[in-house]
Design a protein around this ligand. Sequence first.
Ligand SMILES: *Cc1c(COP(=O)(O)O)cnc(C)c1O
Length: 470
Amino acid sequence: MKYVSTRGEAAGRGFAGILLEGLAPDGGLYVPERYPRVDAAMLAAWRRLSYPDLAFAVMSLFIDDIPAADLRALVEKSYRAEVFGGDARIAPLRALEPGVFVLGLSNGPTLAFKDVAMQFLGHAFEYELGRRGGTLDVLGATSGDTGSAAEHALKGKRGIEVFMLSPLGRMSPFQQAQMFSLQDANIHNIAIEGVFDDCQDLVKAVSADLEFKRAHSIGTVNSINWARLLAQVVYYFAGWFQATRSDDELVDFAVPTGNFGNICAGHVARSMGLPIRRLLLATNENDVLDEFFRSGVYRVRSAAETHETSSPSMDISKASNFERFVFDALGRNAARTRALFAEVEARRVFAFDAGERARIGAFGFVSGRSTAADRLATIADVHRRFGEIIDPHTADALKVARDHAEPATPVIVLETALAAKFNDTIRAAIGSDAPRPARLAGLEALPRRFTTMPADVVRLKAFIAENDRR
Ligand SMILES: *Cc1c(COP(=O)(O)O)cnc(C)c1O
């Protein structure tokens, strides 16, 4: 399988070739040159597979430059029961109410779905660097879930140093503890005296210094990485197998959405022929994508227009993976994709024309929006009726799933975090604490290892140079 850029460059490179890269050189995102198709016979054969075997089956359709035995070893290391809360299903499905299932994606080390992809990415990076004899300094900015999932996946990996910037004092106590308690020598937590945007600007400033970037092999693990997306495709299959009995049953998926990574994986699974009827896209008050799917207008927000909400991992001003869907919706017209995103650069907005809007319907997307009040009401309702506590992001998806429910088609709600991560909101909703997995008891009391720094790119570069152990 070869990969191409959404802006037209025929990269002609395979999966391992683009694994360690972010954007394509022309500024686009990498996508496979076509989506491999699955048929009923393949689905029937895959139904009985374990999670790692299913991951191997799905991923090997997209990867032909890693030997099969090596890829199998990578997925087996990534998807072990011990890493995912002791459950060998990795992504266990449970019934919530008639017609609604919840797919548990948050049993990994940091209790959020990002672990599912990041665990694979960590092993794949280490493997590929070992094969090339290279090293990598991963530089990132986080406001919470991404950074901790990346650190827990990359800690102790050979050839990799992690420099993770976070806004000092602005993450939840739980998120801070998850990151700062790591004692591994290759993990460098840098608490920046500023806000998340300052952290992102510092990452951009370092990456813009091409000489420094090359000297330190600076790379990222952000959500546009194709390998992360591919790892997420697998659990759409796993969820569908657990919710169905025959190989042509249709289901809907409801997905709490920020950067369009998770739901883009659903779009890929559907494009491969997995029987998904609709993809129910849920946003919070930051409704860039809900607006697009209702109007055909994509309007990115300024920092001032971006709301701080109680589902903070969806507080985005623009959706960094969205270009992949736009490319497909435009019939893979790279020139038009390039023109539309140039408009976004220049004027923060583009609009599909009438013909383009008419094509969107074929992709199965239905969108909705959920607010702070909806989250509290949904969490309280689920607690009262079922004795379960769901996290605020999952609540956004459940709200939208209920709004669009149709009796004939079951819907699978993706559970993207455990409630324990967002305990303040849980207390506000139900007046008591969210349960926490026993393995994380006492997390906040562990010793912490981090560096505090002003938002100063010279200081940051000096720190990276000092701590680059090569
Ligand atoms: C990252 C995240 C999301 C949003 O996922 P995208 O892939 O950015 O759409 C939703 N919920 C939680 C808990 C997250 O950490």
